[in-house]
Design a binder for this molecule. Structure first.
Ligand SMILES: Nc1ncnc2c1ncn2[C@@H]1O[C@H](COP(=O)(O)OP(=O)(O)OP(=O)(O)O)[C@@H](O)[C@H]1O
Length: 313
């Protein structure tokens, strides 16, 4: 429960509901967010930008730094460097009052095991003046979460859905979901993604959704960020990514890359030739000497190119 508690805002017994904030086009921005654990730089100068009403897929392999980033956004961890601009307020560490505007589903939903869904709702509602109990109960029905069973008796997938209901019931403008579908079976995963997409569309919410599964991010995300070794290697729309990243196969390494193209990954092929995955605008590709030979890549292969180190050549 400690992470759940840390992610909650301070309970406001006599404090009136905060006035709704003016919603800027950019809901969240980070500036050079950095966090190390001893010698490991888990997150290294990350500049995220999330716009109102979008699902942002935060893609990265195991250990890329996704959870560390999200825990900094939730104020659970303090960044070593950089800061966070949430709904127009720029801070080093997200404060309790700002957490009123965030809904968080962590990787592992750990609740007080003796509490039922309804009791957990009552407990969590004390932290959020905008808590909507009718909506919470409706979400439990839609998500098929039994309301009177102790949380310890729920399956991992159902606990995840309970976490989503708890996060949505206070109508936060920004949802932060840390690999929420990990451990869900295909049917539960599909339901979860459908509900997330539907909620964001109907409520005009914004969701930051971390995953290492390209397919599910492709299904729900409007824009994505690819994190590798703590660095944000790409941020933008899926269409931009598909149009910009291509692969060329060459006999030898070029002296320098054509103007406008940058290296994503270099690989040595079994036949000794060189495979280069490069990024450039469609205009840069069209005017490059590789225009005729460059091949498009599937999103899966683009992600793999960003998330693996180049071969030594
Ligand atoms: N509390 C900690 N103490 C020491 N090292 C940590 C701690 N938390 C994370 N790390 C390290 O920081 C790096 C990033 O971890 P993080 O959990 O943020 O990655 P992730 O992208 O969320 O991975 P996964 O998909 O496996 O959850 C890893 O090398 C990890 O071992």
């Amino acid at each position: 429960m400690s992470e759940v508690l840390e992610s909650l805002p301070t309970p406001p017994p006599d404090v009136p509901a905060p006035a709704p904030l003016p919603e800027p086009e950019v809901i969240l921005r980070t500036h050079g967010l950095t966090r190390a654990f001893h010698e490991v730089k888990a997150v290294n100068g990350v500049d995220l930008e999330l716009r109102r009403g979008e699902v942002y897929g935060f893609l990265g392999r195991n250990g890329a730094g996704k959870t560390t980033t999200l825990r900094m956004l939730m104020g659970i961890l303090r960044p070593d460097q950089g800061d966070i601009e949430l709904l127009g307020q720029r801070v080093r560490r997200v404060r309790a009052a700002q957490k009123q505007h965030l809904g968080y589903v962590s990787q592992e939903q750990v609740f007080y095991p003796w509490m039922t869904a309804l009791e957990l709702g009552r407990f969590v509602s004390g932290f959020y003046p905008r808590w909507d109990d009718t909506r919470f109960q409706q979400l439990l029905r839609v998500l098929d979460v039994p309301k009177d069973r102790k949380s310890a008796q729920l399956s991992g997938g159902t606990r995840m859905k309970l976490g989503l209901a708890l996060a949505l019931a206070h109508r936060p403008p920004l949802l932060i979901l840390d690999e929420p579908t990990a451990g869900l079976d295909p049917v539960a995963r599909r339901e979860f993604l459908d509900i997330l997409r539907d909620q964001v569309r109907r409520e005009g919410q914004t969701a930051l959704f971390s995953s290492h599964l390209v397919g599910e991010v492709e299904e729900v995300a409007h824009r994505i960020g690819i994190l590798h070794d703590g660095r944000l290697r790409f941020q933008g729309s899926l269409d931009t990514l598909r149009q910009s990243v291509r692969r060329v196969v060459l006999e030898t390494s070029p002296e320098q890359l054509p103007y406008g193209l940058s290296l994503v990954r270099r690989e040595r092929l079994p036949d000794g030739r060189l495979g280069l995955v490069l990024f450039g605008t469609p205009g840069d590709w069209a005017t490059s000497p590789f225009a005729e030979v460059a091949e498009p890549l599937s999103l899966e292969n683009i992600f793999l190119a960003y998330a693996r180190r180049s071969d030594e050549t």
